[in-house]
Design a protein around this ligand. Structure first.
Ligand SMILES: Cc1ncc(COP(=O)(O)O)c(C=O)c1O
Length: 398
């Protein structure tokens, strides 16, 4: 007799490592947008293609037979170009051999940093609203996430509250400027406060800088305005920071999932131990293509002008609606206060906007651990001008 019927298959029950995690709001809103034919300004990705020269560079690498495992830390030429870019922009030299690792996007870089430095019982401070991977990353490491809100209204860092949240158990602080979702950008004064705050501690800073090349700040006239304040610019911070960036964001190729981390050699050595047994390496031809593309700085230095035009176009059309347009100093996100148009809570408003008005947005409450609701929605303006025009036409009917 066939013993397969004597022992019916049984999948073991498991205890979830992430019991609170469900489908993300981004997936939900994108599916809803498709279902209702809405203009999708929800999820953060461009609806236009990348530079064909980048595709050709990857294609050339594949045809040249560059299709096997690269070195664990990444293709050396790409690491050299990353080091040169950081030095040119922020004045800090990372050693490509020991201080830079190419990752499968910023998401993997952040998880890798958290797993490398955070252990059971450790605390990690994050500033809400924040990117949705941070807290689950800390949970996977066995740590505890301490959520400190940015100042409501301005989204500026509240250093007194951050200081109050720091305890002897605090192992890491995760910051993100230019900031998703608010579009704010940290100033030199903010970086100075951060430096002073961390000086007496052994806290590792994880600096999520995926929007580093999208800074438009020009409104306050302060010295240094318009410049991205990378943690790499600040020697004391650079000595304790894992800087994370994303080629997906910079070159309009979010689906390629290639990014990098840069950190002092002693931190990077630990980072690489985790990286080695997680992804081990990131795909080879993409890295060669990106190396060729990164050799031309205009590809990233031209980005602020490119996105500023889109931001200004979108903001000008939103000014004709009942939505109050909030400041946008960086990123490709524009937040609006919709309280003059609707009393609905954010999640309901965004659902209604998608289904009835035909424009998908993301509720800001999705970025808060406590679901804080301010009647603010986030739009992504990394879209073709005609997509933005269509969205604006629909929003004008609000
Ligand atoms: C703040 C922030 N960090 C990290 C990421 C992830 O970047 P990547 O696609 O390179 O993993 C995103 C993407 O939306 C983001 O907004």
């Amino acid at each position: 007799m066939n013993d397969r019927i004597l022992f019916p298959p049984r999948t073991p029950g498991v205890t979830s490592r992430l019991p609170d995690v469900g489908t993300t709001i981004f997936t939900v809103m994108s599916a809803l947008a498709t279902q209702h034919g809405a203009v999708n300004l929800g999820q953060g990705f461009p609806d236009f293609d990348c530079d064909p020269a980048l595709v050709e560079a990857v294609d050339a690498a594949m045809r040249a037979g560059l299709n096997q495992y690269p070195p664990m830390a990444g293709v050396p030429l790409l690491r050299e170009h990353i080091a040169a870019k950081i030095e040119a922009l922020y004045g800090h030299r990372y050693d490509p051999a020991t201080e830079i690792t190419v990752t499968a996007g910023a998401t993997q870089a952040i998880l890798t940093a958290v797993l490398a430095f955070v252990g059971p019982g450790d605390e990690v401070v994050v500033l809400d609203p924040c990117y949705d991977s941070y807290a689950p990353n800390v949970a996977l490491a066995g740590g505890r996430t301490i959520h400190v809100p940015l100042v409501p209204g301005t989204f500026a860092p509240d250093f007194e509250r951050i200081a109050a949240a720091i305890t002897p158990k605090t192992r890491a602080l995760i910051v993100n400027s230019p900031h998703n979702p608010s579009g704010t950008v940290w100033s030199a004064a903010d970086m100075l406060r951060l430096t002073e705050l961390l000086r007496p501690t052994d806290i590792v800073l994880i600096s999520d800088e995926v929007y580093e090349h999208m800074v438009y700040r020009e409104d306050d006239g302060a010295a240094g305005a318009g410049e991205h304040q990378s943690a790499a610019r600040w020697p004391e911070l650079a000595a304790r920071t894992v800087v994370v960036s994303s080629f997906g964001k910079t070159y309009h190729v979010t689906g390629w999932k290639v990014g990098y981390a840069a950190a002092p050699a002693s931190l990077m050595a630990e980072f690489r131990k985790v990286h080695q047994f997680n992804v081990f390496t990131v795909n080879t031809p993409m890295q060669h293509g990106l190396a060729a593309f990164l050799a031309e700085p205009a590809h990233h230095t031209g980005l602020p002008a490119f996105y500023r035009q889109k931001r200004d176009l979108f903001r000008a059309s939103l000014a004709k609606t009942r939505l109050r347009v909030l400041p946008c100093q960086g990123t490709y996100f524009q937040c609006v206060d919709y309280s003059a148009a609707s009393d609905l809570p954010e999640a309901e408003f965004c659902r209604w906007l998608t289904e009835t008005v035909g424009v998908a947005a993301i509720p800001l409450s999705a970025f808060y651990a406590d679901g804080f609701d301010q009647r603010i929605a986030r739009f992504c303006f990394a879209k073709k001008d005609e997509t933005l025009a269509l969205a604006a036409e629909r929003l004008a009917k609000l």
